[in-house]
Design a protein around this ligand. Structure first.
Ligand SMILES: NC(=O)c1ccc[n+]([C@@H]2O[C@H](COP(=O)([O-])OP(=O)(O)OC[C@H]3O[C@@H](n4cnc5c(N)ncnc54)[C@H](OP(=O)(O)O)[C@@H]3O)[C@@H](O)[C@H]2O)c1
Length: 439
């Protein structure tokens, strides 16, 4: 590079919070390495934040800070926009305007990409935008790059994973320490793993956002976020974890999608996973994603799914990759790995048609004929039992737990059977149903 000054790539960043701060620090700490890898000097010149006068826990250097989005968006000198603000409305406007003005865009905003998939991806294709969003799914794990490039020649048959560290931390605490949900959540909040408002994490919404983004790339098209079945972990009780363990299972919040015979099934819910599977051993705030290609077979990636440095790592990897494409003017890797600008809109298989095995925990009065009635109603809905146990409760004469593990059954049949059963006089509490994934 013999003395000639390197071309400067001018970056405008929206958000200097957890992830934004990580990106500022990584670009500074790895500056020489990044020069060598891109042949350019990557410099953040402008930042837009909610509160420009707020002190930051890192050195801003040459970064000028404003509260006005136009400070970056109207500046023709800015080559790359990095959106690390969160929220949907303003973030979408920032992306769409940046595509129109030919700026390269990087975002970690899974809520925006999932809830506005059609608008954002169609606009990106229309304007031939360079768009990176590796940081939106599973933090430091380069899962999007694996699907788009590592498995570019494979038909993806399955994507599944533990992609929310907060929910996984809570389930791990419940499982290892016997804590109930509320106690485990309180500890996650104390340690900074859960937000003050943990709704998106514990209700499965964050997992669903990330799964939908992966599905669009893996199965080639746009899916509607509202069609994705989403159930969180708030109803999981220590007794379910204990009984599942007795049968060799661990309970995990899984996001899973697969394509069978041209139909795509996608769902987020607590799942009993066999303890000898790799996903079962992913503990605490870690993430793991399993991908299956029709030639590759299964691949599992594991790592840190959130936090300043792991997430910054994914943002900066996108920056390197997109700046290389921008500067070399080579054909870019398209946002959803498809060349066509006409993105297909794909329907999800309705949850009622999904086939699964089930864990059913009934809370019943301890009297003659109850077991026979439970199995009769299940049988009349085409649900056959693989194994069962009965567990007494501590109070003398109180209800007992009867747990069935079923063979594969249709979700519609299970829901209908439970509707009938939960009306019966000997049922003491609504039945707990958790899906089992033996694969
Ligand atoms: N945290 C993670 O581990 C993680 C992991 C993966 C993806 N993400 C995603 O990354 C994004 C950022 O997350 P974060 O954890 O870094 O959030 P954060 O710590 O809350 O930071 C948000 C930043 O955006 C700024 N901001 C908020 N509203 C704004 C507005 N209306 N106009 C201008 N600036 C605004 C804030 O400004 P002030 O600082 O002045 O308040 C702050 O600097 C989100 O989309 C999140 O889902 C986060």
């Amino acid at each position: 590079m013999g003395g000639t000054p390197l071309k400067q790539i001018k970056i405008g960043i929206f958000g200097l919070g957890t992830v934004g701060g990580g990106v500022v620090e990584q670009l500074r700490e790895n500056r020489e390495l990044l020069k060598a890898r891109t042949g350019t000097d990557l410099v953040i010149l402008k930042a837009v934040v909610a509160n420009p006068s707020k002190p930051r826990p890192f050195d801003l250097g040459p970064i000028e800070v404003s509260g006005d989005p136009n400070f970056i968006l109207d500046d023709p000198e800015i080559d790359v926009v990095i959106e690390l603000m969160g929220g949907v409305t303003l973030a979408k406007e920032i992306l769409l305007r940046s595509f129109v003005s030919g700026k390269t865009v990087i975002t970690a905003n899974k809520a925006l990409l999932a809830e506005c998939a059609e608008e954002v991806f169609e606009a990106a294709y229309e304007h031939h935008a360079l768009l990176g969003f590796e940081a939106a799914v599973a933090g430091a794990i380069p899962v999007i790059r694996v699907i788009k490039e590592g498995l570019a020649g494979d038909r993806i048959t399955e994507v599944s994973g533990i992609i929310n560290g907060t929910a996984n931390y809570i389930l791990t605490s419940m499982s290892k320490k016997g804590e109930d949900f509320q106690k485990a959540l309180g500890k996650a909040q104390e340690k900074g793993y859960a937000e003050a408002d943990p709704t998106f994490d514990v209700e499965g919404v964050d997992t669903a956002h990330k799964l939908l983004v992966l599905m669009c790339i893996a199965f080639g098209g746009i899916f509607d976020f509202k069609e994705l079945y989403t159930e969180g972990i708030t109803k999981i009780e220590p007794v379910d974890i204990e009984i599942a363990a007795g049968f060799g299972y661990v309970i995990k919040l899984l996001g899973k999608a697969k394509e069978v015979g041209g139909k795509v099934e996608g769902r987020v819910h607590p799942t009993l996973v066999p303890e000898d599977q790799m996903l079962a051993s992913v503990d605490g705030a870690f993430n793991a994603v399993k991908l299956s290609g029709n030639f590759s077979g299964p691949i599992v990636s594991y790592g840190r799914g959130a936090g300043a440095r792991p997430t910054a790592s994914a943002v900066v990897a996108d920056l390197v990759s997109l700046v290389r494409q921008r500067e070399s003017e080579t054909s870019p890797v398209p946002p959803l790995s498809l060349m066509s600008e006409k993105l297909k809109h794909r329907k999800l298989m309705p949850m009622a048609e999904v086939l699964s095995e089930y864990y059913l925990r009934f809370s019943v009065e301890d009297k003659v004929g109850v077991l026979a009635e439970l199995t009769r109603v299940l049988g009349s809905h085409n649900i056959s039992i693989a194994s069962m146990i009965q567990r007494s409760r501590s109070e003398e004469g109180g209800p007992v737990f009867v747990v069935f593990f079923t063979h594969e059954a249709l979700e519609r049949d299970v829901v209908e059977a439970l509707k009938t059963l939960d009306q019966l006089p000997f049922i003491a509490q609504p039945t707990r149903m958790i899906r089992v994934d033996p694969s």
